[in-house]
Design a protein around this ligand. Structure first.
Ligand SMILES: N[C@@H](CCC(=O)N[C@@H](CS)C(=O)NCC(=O)O)C(=O)O
Length: 235
């Protein structure tokens, strides 16, 4: 029995970038799981994990936190299922990619995503996220948002090495997706779920890759409604 804890916003939208990594990893391994959504400000709901962040995975009474630790756990615990890394070399290189995504890609999107996310969560969650980001970035969300056009261009530039790999591969894992794809998917899915801003140009090969990723595992990514789709439905 596997259980996943992730963040849920208004309309129960699943907007946690790190949890999307874990979600896809579970689908990749073909493991059924129960998903629980929590409010980001409701730390009591995940008190059992001894820390305050998601994703959290529970498996046979064991609690694993941190998306990278969860990926390692799944690969070790379910070696007979499709691989997340393709072996030791792939695991180490995927770790480099994981750290790069955390330190380069996610901070590049924060200037506009954290502002847009306020419209996707309740008041208490919005206040929590505002406090957290403003103290980390030493700027107000509005000041950060004012730099969004530059931020989008900077984000697109950072993806140049990914484009190079996608020139000759359908996925970062080669012919099929692996955990590196799940990591990048999590970043772009976060943007898709919370923001109306076009993070990628339509002609970008990363956009074409993202469409392929949205279709994987019975379209689990696409089934999550985008911010644009939710806004249209509400109008
Ligand atoms: N290094 C952690 C980061 C997890 C993380 O920051 N999760 C965010 C959601 S995407 C979170 O739970 N934030 C809650 C908070 O900071 O209060 C991982 O890879 O799982």
């Amino acid at each position: 029995m596997l259980e996943l804890w992730e963040l849920g916003g208004r309309d129960d939208c699943r907007y946690s970038t790190f949890s999307w990594r874990t979600r896809l990893a579970l689908h990749h391994k073909g493991l059924p799981f129960a998903a629980h959504s929590i409010a980001v400000s409701d730390k009591a709901a995940i008190g059992f994990s001894g820390q305050g962040k998601v994703p959290i995975l529970k498996h046979d009474g064991r609690v694993i936190t941190d998306s990278w630790a969860i990926a390692l756990y799944l690969e070790k615990e379910f070696p007979e299922r499709p691989t997340l890394f393709g072996g030791d070399v792939g695991r180490t290189l995927t770790q480099v990619f994981n750290v790069w995504a955390d330190r380069e890609l996610i901070p590049a999107l924060i200037p506009f995503l954290m502002h847009d996310v306020l419209d996707c969560v309740g008041e208490a969650d919005g206040a929590h996220l505002r406090r957290q980001i403003e103290s980390a970035m030493k700027a107000s969300l509005e000041e950060l948002y004012a730099g969004r056009e530059k931020a989008v261009l900077g984000f697109r530039r950072k993806l140049q090495p990914v484009r190079k790999a996608l020139e000759t591969n359908d996925f970062l894992g080669g012919a099929a997706a692996t955990y590196a794809d799940h990591i990048l998917f999590g970043v772009l899915q976060w943007a898709r779920v919370v923001s109306p801003v076009k993070t990628l140009e339509e002609t970008d090969m990363v956009a074409a890759w993202f469409e392929r990723m949205l279709d994987l595992y019975d379209g689990v990514g696409r089934k999550e409604r985008s911010r644009l789709a939710r806004t249209k439905e509400a109008a």
